[in-house]
Design a protein around this ligand. Structure first.
Ligand SMILES: C[S@@+](CC[C@H](N)C(=O)[O-])C[C@H]1O[C@@H](n2cnc3c(N)ncnc32)[C@H](O)[C@@H]1O
Length: 452
């Protein structure tokens, strides 16, 4: 075992992190236990898509129709959020909402294995056929050229680049500072690891401590932020996040609308700045992102920022915009409307409904609707739905059929074991005398997992 001590952003843990994501591919989520359920929820895609649409419609008259509208997702992982966003965006195409423009959604990541997974995924085929989907092997911390797997270089002169980034900034090198009595201390990470191991992150939870040394010349943003927060606060600093922003700006002439969701620090009365944010090691590294510093950087560059009014420990969404000629009024209004919804509220509501021992089908239908018809509910609540069906009214049964049909469209397989969701939905449809639809689902389940 060796003790390795460096400023946090220079720590070897970030190299292990990158290599881990590259080597594991989608197994990071399907076997490695990296969470993805919340950040890839259909509700979040609906929120992002609606904000982006409002932004584009409001600025339609100054967009250049000879340039495409590019949606770029950073660190897409499994691509499940991309699938939901693509469904929303392709609805706009069908509805003719942005009919003068060619639209392209780019799913990106640093892992070739992820790219292969997306390219072979059945759910993406219709979007590839429509010509609205492309993929990129792209490390935004290093690359300032965006080349898709179709060998197309993306370079925008006029139109804004629409960027989505969920739990991306938490995964790239960051620093941490302690501000105390008008002094700034930089955090050095001392991590104990077996240096002979190829990737110590994968083996076990690594013991670590942060040691704080006084700095003579701290970053100016830290000095500015310390005036706004309590004494003895810990401030995380998005070192590679700032580099990402600079790289993205080169791709699109500095016109960006970014929606990013993360575990974040920002000025909110419920934020406890005095508590040292933990570095979580779950196969990979995750560390709290400072939205106040992203905001400061954006405002310094004459940008525009919306941060949440509600505090959510796990997932907060920020809207950042660069590009003085573009108006952001409708987008920020839509952001505010959605801000009343937070994952924590959402989960509390589901808990409330879930606690009933045997809800009626009407109540379960409400839960499915409230959860944007996420197909996973046909795993979580299958038994309860089956029981409730025995005493359900005609109307409740019709609503359940609608819920299954909607959930089916949102099904995105990340591993073959998820075929059980299709089987459960099919068995409910059989009870509801919907043999034909049930058969289609069973066929799909068998294609995904031959054991069914
Ligand atoms: C925590 S995961 C989030 C995945 C997905 N957005 C989600 O919410 O489920 C972080 C993602 O960022 C990607 N990533 C992109 N650039 C990276 C970099 N320079 N270092 C580490 N990870 C990077 C990883 O491969 C991984 O897919």
């Amino acid at each position: 075992m060796h003790s390795l001590r460096t400023p946090l952003s220079e720590s070897v843990i970030w190299q292990w992190q990158k290599a881990g994501y590259q080597n594991l591919g989608t197994k990071a989520w399907t076997e490695g236990g990296v969470p993805f359920y919340l950040t890839n929820h259909p509700k979040i895609a609906q929120k992002y898509a609606q904000i982006a649409l409002m932004y584009l419609l409001e600025n339609k008259n100054i967009l250049n129709s000879s340039e495409p509208l590019i949606f770029l997702e950073l660190g897409s992982g499994l691509g499940k959020l991309s699938f939901y966003l693509l469904q929303e965006i392709s609805k706009w195409v069908t509805q003719g909402l942005l009919k003068d423009f060619s639209i392209k959604y780019i799913i990106s990541d640093i892992s070739e294995k992820n790219c292969q997974f997306w390219q072979n995924h059945k759910a993406f085929k219709p979007f590839i056929d429509q010509g609205i989907l492309d993929f990129a092997l792209f490390d935004p911390t290093q690359d300032d050229i965006l080349l898709t797997l179709n060998n197309e270089q993306i370079l925008l002169k006029n139109n804004p680049l629409i960027v989505f980034a969920n739990y991306y900034f938490d995964s790239i090198p960051q620093d941490i500072y302690l501000v105390k009595d008008h002094r700034v201390y930089q955090g050095e990470l001392d991590v104990e690891a077996d240096t002979a191991s190829e990737n110590p992150l994968l083996e076990k939870e690594l013991p670590y401590q942060l040691i704080f040394d006084q700095m003579i010349c701290p970053p100016f943003e830290i000095e500015r932020l310390m005036e706004l927060i309590p004494n003895s606060s810990y401030i995380t600093y998005p070192t590679a996040g700032f580099q990402t922003l600079e790289n993205l700006k080169k791709i699109c002439n500095s016109n960006i609308l970014m929606l990013t969701g993360d575990k974040a620090q920002f000025n909110h009365k419920q934020m406890d700045w005095k508590k040292q944010p933990p570095i979580t090691f779950h196969t990979t590294v995750s560390f709290t992102v400072n939205f106040e510093l992203l905001k400061m950087r954006c405002l310094d560059q004459h940008g525009f920022v919306c941060l949440p009014q509600h505090f959510d420990e796990l997932f907060s969404i920020a809207l950042l915009q660069w590009g003085p000629s573009f108006s952001v009024a409708s987008a920020s209004k839509t952001y505010e409307d959605f801000d009343h919804w937070s994952l924590q509220n959402h989960n509390s509501m589901l808990d409330f409904l879930e606690k009933k021992e045997q809800p009626t089908l009407g109540e379960l239908n409400l839960l499915l609707k409230f959860d944007s018809f996420d197909p996973f509910n046909f795993f979580f609540y299958n038994e309860k739905i089956k029981q409730a069906l025995k005493h359900a009214s005609f109307r409740e049964k019709e609503d359940l059929i609608f819920a299954i049909q909607t959930a089916k469209k949102l099904f995105f397989a990340t591993k073959k074991e998820e075929a059980i969701l299709l089987v459960n939905m099919a068995s409910l449809l059989l009870t509801l005398n919907q043999q034909l639809d049930a058969f289609v689902l069973l066929k799909e389940a068998a294609e995904l997992n031959s054991e069914f």
